[in-house]
Design a protein around this ligand. Structure first.
Ligand SMILES: NC(=O)c1ccc[n+]([C@@H]2O[C@H](COP(=O)([O-])OP(=O)(O)OC[C@H]3O[C@@H](n4cnc5c(N)ncnc54)[C@H](O)[C@@H]3O)[C@@H](O)[C@H]2O)c1
Length: 309
């Protein structure tokens, strides 16, 4: 049975789950002028949410927009009048399936149900809902209030107009939507990230270089260039043009790629985790976590066009 009302506010969103991604998404919608309604199953997260969001909004100079944000003790109440739901609960199929069953029951049929899922597909998440056509993955980059890239991935039953509308909404709130043509594990961002991380992990495991130097190859070398240009644009600029470059370096690419395939690395086991933990402590110090986060956020807030509108 389709529930229909027409009292949705076109600029109102419910964010379900107020963890890392949820709070950051709240900031993205709130600073774009949307009314944001938060629900989290855990009362501790509910009481902490507003303060967390306040500090994220301050980072980009949008502190006043906290007035657009409300926190609700009840899921149904949080959904009242919204046009969009951004689900940000843990990456666990049982949790997401049960949240989507509830959302599907409680929201009128025109409300879009978006998931921040990183690896779970909408085909799986929406398996048991009555209206899978309005369900879509809208996967952000962490933290979305400082990084605009989002992946829009349809499930087997997602309606095309929902994909289009998802891209429009993301663009309207200042994000950069990429619409995938296929539902593929890891989508594109994490496939690219894990491809690089696999090699970084392997270089450490094989004792080719230290954590600090492997990280520096990215933070001092590849990363700043990648902040400006993606891999294809890099190849365009590495030679007269990409066609010339790929032709000139054809043998180098093919040999290196074959070599990488011949030496796979697929063992994030206890021994490797201990090696990585030790390597990070040696490189950055015992209590580096907050310093590294601050370094990241300082750089990202300084990058132009990264936090609109
Ligand atoms: N952290 C990242 O780097 C990152 C990046 C992109 C996407 N994601 C995805 O975003 C989602 C959220 O990840 P996170 O890192 O913010 O997790 P998190 O653990 O920080 O937050 C999850 C929140 O959901 C709440 N929650 C649990 N069950 C719930 C329920 N039934 N109803 C309502 N709230 C519930 C928890 O209390 C918690 O506050 C995941 O799907 C994750 O894969 C994470």
């Amino acid at each position: 049975v389709e529930v229909t009302t027409h009292s949705q506010n076109p600029n109102a969103v419910a964010v379900i789950g107020a963890g890392f991604i949820g709070c950051s998404y709240v900031a993205v919608f709130a600073r774009a002028g949307w009314e944001v309604r938060i629900y989290d199953a855990d009362p501790t997260f509910r009481s902490a949410a507003k303060e967390r969001v306040a500090s994220l909004l301050k980072q980009t100079g949008h502190g006043d927009n906290l007035k657009n944000v409300s926190v609700h003790d009840d899921l149904e109440q949080s959904l009242d009048g919204v046009r969009w739901v951004q689900e940000c609960t843990p990456e666990n199929l049982d949790i997401k399936q049960s949240v989507f069953i509830q959302l599907d029951k409680l929201c009128p049929s025109e409300v879009i149900l978006a998931s921040s899922a990183s690896a779970l597909t909408m085909t799986a998440i929406a398996e048991k809902v009555s209206m899978p056509g309005r369900c879509v993955v809208v996967h952000p980059t962490n933290p979305p209030h400082l990084l605009r890239f989002v992946e829009i991935v349809a499930g087997a039953n997602t309606k095309p107009h929902v994909v289009t509308e998802a891209a429009e909404v993301m663009r309207a709130i200042g994000q950069y939507p990429a619409v995938l043509h296929k539902e593929i594990p890891g989508f594109i961002l994490n496939r690219l990230q894990v491809a690089l991380e696999r090699e970084a992990f392997k270089l450490l495991a094989c004792q080719v270089a230290s954590v600090q130097d492997i990280d520096a190859a990215v933070s001092e070398g590849l990363g700043p260039r990648w902040a400006a240009l993606g891999p294809f644009a890099v190849e365009e600029t590495n030679a007269a043009n990409i066609g010339v470059g790929l032709t000139k370096f054809r043998a180098y690419f093919n040999e290196t790629m074959a070599e990488l395939d011949d030496e796979p690395f697929d063992a994030v086991d206890d021994a490797f985790i201990a090696l990585a933990v030790e390597g990070v402590r040696v490189a950055y110090g015992e209590n580096c976590h907050d310093d590294l986060l601050e370094k990241r956020d300082n750089l990202l807030t300084g990058l132009k066009d990264m936090h609109q509108p």
